[in-house]
Design a binder for this molecule. Structure first.
Ligand SMILES: [Fe+2]
Ligand SMILES: [Fe+2]
Length: 183
């Protein structure tokens, strides 16, 4: 599988999770039953899969390859995407913290969970559209084929050595469990 195809197939998994989180946020908004631990579990998925498996490949390999081929790392699309990754981490951290406070009995933290969950959902939706629609076509035009092949090998190595065996699958299982909880 080509490097950009690998990232795109991970986007489909992240989108599935985003749909689940959006549904959970709607339930919270409509005062339907949803446990605070749902949102700490969702933060675990985001940290473990979206950051740990996916952003790791983009930040560690794809973005630097594009910068080597002339995209500026301070004033370009790459800079915007990196800042969105940072923003997504801030939102998830804030969502996790508020969910823990809610779990400890502070119901005033519930709207903070909702606000951060919804901001994360809308940020990630447009981020993925930008990467699928602009960044990946640009990558395929910009990077020589041999470098694209090397990237695909790097991504496989990231999964085996940095992420670790079975971790990717563990998070797919978590996404599935969370989906079943709200749909
Ligand atoms: Fe990204
Ligand atoms: Fe991505």
């Amino acid at each position: 599988m080509e490097a950009t195809e690998m990232l795109m197939s991970e986007h489909r998994i992240v989108e599935g999770f985003i749909g689940t989180l959006e549904r959970a946020a709607d339930k919270l908004d409509q005062k339907q039953t949803i446990r605070p631990g749902f949102f700490t579990d969702a933060a675990d998925f985001s940290k473990g899969f979206t950051d740990g498996c996916h952003h790791r490949k983009e930040e560690g390999y794809l973005f630097p390859a594009l910068v080597r081929h002339g995209l500026s790392d301070t004033s370009s699309l790459v800079a915007v995407l990196l800042e969105e990754h940072e923003q997504s981490r801030r939102l998830i951290k804030a969502m996790r913290l508020a969910a823990q406070q809610w779990q400890d009995g502070d119901t005033k933290a519930m709207p903070i969970v909702l606000e951060n969950a919804r901001s994360y959902v809308s940020l990630l939706k447009q981020h993925i559209q930008k990467e699928d629609g602009v960044l990946f076509p640009l990558s395929e035009r910009t990077l020589p084929l041999d470098e694209q092949a090397t990237l695909a090998q790097d991504f496989e190595r990231v999964e085996e050595e940095e992420v670790g065996a079975g971790v990717h699958e563990k998070y797919l299982g978590l996404a599935n469990t969370l989906k079943k909880e709200v749909f």
